[in-house]
Design a protein around this ligand. Structure first.
Ligand SMILES: [Zn+2]
Length: 125
């Protein structure tokens, strides 16, 4: 048996911050945890939502890190690229080989969103 853990939480029954015993996670709801107030012995479910969420989608790319996009170049997944025509920066999310044998990359651009671009283009002469 592991030692009982305690946290300080606001108890709505006591109307003040109290020492709470962590009983355990709520089955089927990973973000919710049962607590029991050591003062009034009232149990309550507390949502442990990660408030950091939402920031993950923000792309932070430095212009200096970007490789200028050109269809003849080959790009790796995760590479930051800059599209000169669109004046937009993005990151390579995945790669694809089209049915015609051409190579393509899926890029998430800051302004334009997700776009498919040609890479490793073989110039016919
Ligand atoms: Zn209480």
């Amino acid at each position: 048996m592991s030692k009982t853990k305690y946290v300080t939480q606001f108890c709505t029954t006591c109307g003040r911050e109290s020492k709470m015993e962590i009983i355990g996670a709520v089955v089927g709801a990973e973000n919710k945890v049962w607590f029991r107030c050591t003062r009034c012995h009232h149990s309550m479910m507390i949502d442990q939502v990660n408030h950091q969420k939402g920031h993950d989608n923000v792309i932070k790319i430095n212009r200096e890190e970007c490789i200028n996009y050109s269809p003849e170049k080959i790009f790796e997944v995760g590479t930051a690229i800059y599209h000169t025509d669109w004046d937009d920066m993005g990151k390579v999310k995945s790669k694809e080989k089209t049915s015609s044998g051409a190579n393509a990359i899926w890029v998430e651009f800051e302004k334009s969103g997700i776009k498919k671009l040609i890479e490793n283009l073989q110039l016919a002469d």
